[in-house]
Design a protein around this ligand. Structure first.
Ligand code: URP
Ligand code: ZN
Ligand code: ZN
Length: 459
């Protein structure tokens, strides 16, 4: 064996049990109590949890957006991911208007392949759907990409798809077995409200949130789900932020299959009060931060299975980049960091505060994304035959989150001062250590593109 992790407590979505894990050639080859076979490297995980690597199904590395480019490239972004126990990221390749889906994937792989330190997959973010591109989708699936994001908002940024295009992709998702990801916000209402605030000279960060009130998401979630139900398609609503959205998803899930929701750590623990601080623009993302009742509804949605995943929407802009909108919230590049802090926050704020179980944590960051995005059983689980993407998690490791002890290239943390207890200490990707004793020991370019299979429904 190459690696033996001994005496740990293994956590899966269903079970928590003491066992050793043996690894050879990047795969898990044994899970049993007291494995005695010799191994080149033995890790003692006494008193630690041993969990499948996290899958951050929503990242934006080196993404051109709103006149600038996210500062975390595939190297820095995946180093940050690894420190947070994320062993696979799924990044959005934004389709340039004149490129096909396959060309878009090549473009993104050209950026990612030489730099990634953990494994990665790609979603296509569709900006210009034509019938010719619809015909290309079977080849895209063969290339290992089985999810496509469509944006209801961002008309002025050139990302928006209208309802007809969304419906068309949902029809195809049913026929071909892929997943449509939807950014659900009502574009015309938010544009109207933005224009109203701008004309009144209300340009500070708080008006970002005020121009996108809860119903802007709630209505769009309803419409997206209704279109999916009519088309019989497979729909996953990304970065859900409101109690209205969760309520609508819960209602529709009782009536129709293949409907899912994702939320992000910032929507679980931060509120829109952040926009009132002098650096309020750091927190500008879309949808915006909400109120405490929304935080609680999202936790509840995770606990009861209405929401299926947590991902981060890791989309990093420095203070200097955020300052593009110093005097006008509409010019602030939208996005916040998150991939390094997702699992620690879910553990400290979710598991330790009894909002979700540890098994649920593993379900929403590993197992469910692996199924939905066609990675299972290669990833998202600790099973014989699976990739040895393994996190050794110390529940007693305490840390105060701060830009200084995190690894993104960004020059601040949106969680500055938040105390966490419970951190990944060793992180293995296909059996190789990338983080060991909280030191980076990986190598640029050693992560791999993971071709994904079709969408697999959750029960
Ligand atoms: O504000 C956000 N969410 N920025 C990233 C782009 C997106 O919509 O996911
Ligand atoms: Zn989005
Ligand atoms: Zn995003």
């Amino acid at each position: 064996m190459d690696l033996l992790i001994k005496n740990g407590t293994i956590v899966t979505p269903k079970d928590t049990f003491k066992a050793d894990i043996g690894v050879k050639d990047g795969k898990i080859v044994a899970i049993a109590s007291n494995i005695t076979e010799k191994a080149q490297e033995v890790v003692d995980a006494s008193g630690k949890y041993v969990m499948p690597g996290g899958i951050d199904a929503h990242t934006h590395m080196e993404m051109p957006f709103m006149g600038t480019t996210t500062v975390d490239d595939f190297e820095y972004g995946t180093i940050a991911a690894a420190f947070g126990g994320v062993t696979t990221i799924l990044d959005f390749a934004i389709q340039p208007k004149d490129k096909t889906f396959l060309e878009t994937i090549s473009l993104w792989r050209g950026k990612a392949d030489p730099k990634v330190v953990v494994d990665y997959g790609i979603h296509v973010a569709v900006t210009n759907l034509t019938e010719d591109l619809v015909k290309e989708i079977p080849k895209v699936l063969e290339a290992g990409v089985s999810s496509f994001k469509l944006f209801m908002p961002y008309r002025k940024e050139g990302l928006m798809s209208d309802d007809g295009r969304i419906y068309r992709m949902l029809e195809e998702s049913r026929r071909l077995g892929f997943l449509v990801q939807l950014h659900a916000e009502n574009n015309s209402v938010l544009e109207l409200l933005i224009e109203r605030y701008v004309s009144l000279g209300k340009l500070s960060a708080e008006y970002h949130a005020k121009s996108r009130p809860n119903f802007v998401e709630g209505e769009a979630v309803h419409r997206g789900l209704a279109l999916a139900a009519a088309a019989g398609g497979n729909l996953y609503i990304v970065h859900m932020s409101t109690k209205e959205g969760v309520a609508e998803l819960s209602r529709m899930k009782k009536l129709y299959s293949n409907l899912y929701g994702e939320t992000c750590p910032h929507y679980l623990i931060l509120t829109d009060e952040k926009y009132l601080s002098p650096k309020g623009r750091r927190y500008i993302m879309s949808p915006p931060l909400r109120g405490k009742a929304d935080n609680e509804a999202l936790w509840e949605g995770l606990a009861n299975g209405t929401l299926s995943t947590v991902a981060t929407d890791h989309c990093t802009f420095t203070d200097a980049q955020k300052d593009l909108g110093k005097d006008n919230f509409t010019k602030v590049p939208n996005g916040v960091p998150g991939t390094e802090t997702m699992i620690p926050i879910l553990y400290s704020e979710g598991v330790s505060k009894n909002r979700i179980s540890l098994n649920k944590l593993v379900e929403v960051v590993s197992y469910n994304p692996a199924k939905l995005f066609g990675l299972y059983p290669r990833k998202g689980t600790l099973n014989v035959g699976s990739d040895a993407d393994i996190v050794v998690f110390d529940p007693d490791f305490e840390m105060e989150l701060s830009q200084e002890n995190l690894h993104s290239r960004i020059d601040y943390s949106i969680y500055e001062g938040v105390k966490v207890k419970g951190m990944p200490i060793h992180v293995f990707v296909r059996g190789k250590p990338v983080v060991y004793n909280r030191e980076f020991v990986g190598k640029k370019g050693t992560g791999k593109f993971v071709p994904r299979g079709k969408y697999q429904p959750l029960n």
